[in-house]
Design a protein around this ligand. Structure first.
Ligand SMILES: *Cc1c(COP(=O)(O)O)cnc(C)c1O
Length: 229
């Protein structure tokens, strides 16, 4: 299977999932996850219509960005260390993986220097798995309230990585929890906070995530094949 065909199949599956739950495929943004994927393969995906790339590590993303640049939009989706924020803001239009107040404050500090507002998502640990980053669900509203006071950060929504379970049906509660959290926060109409983006669903579980309200899915292996280590 070629990358181009894989992307067509992903789009068809997104459309089918939307049909099952009465949603429109235009309401789902596809992020192609390009960790460990080289520039040539990424360019093939861009030619096949991919517009947003998700990268996990600043170190890896920077040289790719230097070659590809504005042919695509770049999102940081992996855990971000505070000492990498400045570099991340050189290429990332959005940081999806804001998982602590200290990180949010550092992004604010760098955004202020750049005099440009930065779009962010708050990452929520909906599975409770120790190995995962993200705010615990019960601390997310408090975090949103604190971060909303930082003038150069635009909170656009929430992101989660579902539990690693073989049956995607078992991951559904994680996605449902994120959607319920989004609705609760939305209803409070906090100044400076939008909740239009729910970034959830990956290769093994994106259809369930769409059924639960995902507006953005992050897909790697289904587009590029199993990742080279
Ligand atoms: C790797 C990764 C993905 C994509 O995973 P696949 O299973 O390859 O689709 C999505 N989101 C995050 C945060 C990732 O690290």
């Amino acid at each position: 299977m070629s990358i181009t065909e894989n992307i067509e199949r992903v789009r068809a599956r997104i459309a089918a999932a939307c049909q099952r739950c009465g949603r429109h495929p235009n309401d789902i943004q596809l992020v192609a996850v390009t960790k460990n994927i080289d520039v040539a393969h990424i360019r093939t995906a861009i030619r096949a219509g991919v517009q947003i790339l998700g990268e996990n590590r600043v170190q890896e993303a920077m040289p790719k960005f230097e070659e590809i640049g504005a042919e695509a939009r770049w999102h940081m989706i992996g855990h971000l260390q505070r000492n990498k924020v400045k570099q991340a803001l050189q290429f990332a239009e959005m940081i999806q993986s804001v998982d602590s107040l200290r990180l949010a404050r550092e992004i604010q500090k760098q955004a202020e220097k750049l005099t440009r507002p930065v779009d962010i998502l708050l990452e929520v640990n909906t599975s409770g798995e120790e190995s995962k980053f993200g705010f615990p669900p019960e601390e997310t509203l408090g975090a949103v309230q604190e971060i909303s006071a930082l003038p150069d950060l635009n909170i656009k929504g929430l992101m989660t990585i579902g539990a690693f379970l073989p049956d995607p049906e078992d991951v559904r509660p994680c996605f449902r929890r994120l959607r319920e959290l989004k609705e609760k926060i939305d209803n409070l109409q906090i100044d400076n906070v939008g909740m239009s983006i729910l970034s959830m669903g990956m290769t093994d579980d994106f259809e369930v995530a769409i059924e639960e309200g995902a507006t953005m899915v992050r897909i790697g292996r289904l587009i590029f094949g199993e990742r080279p280590e």
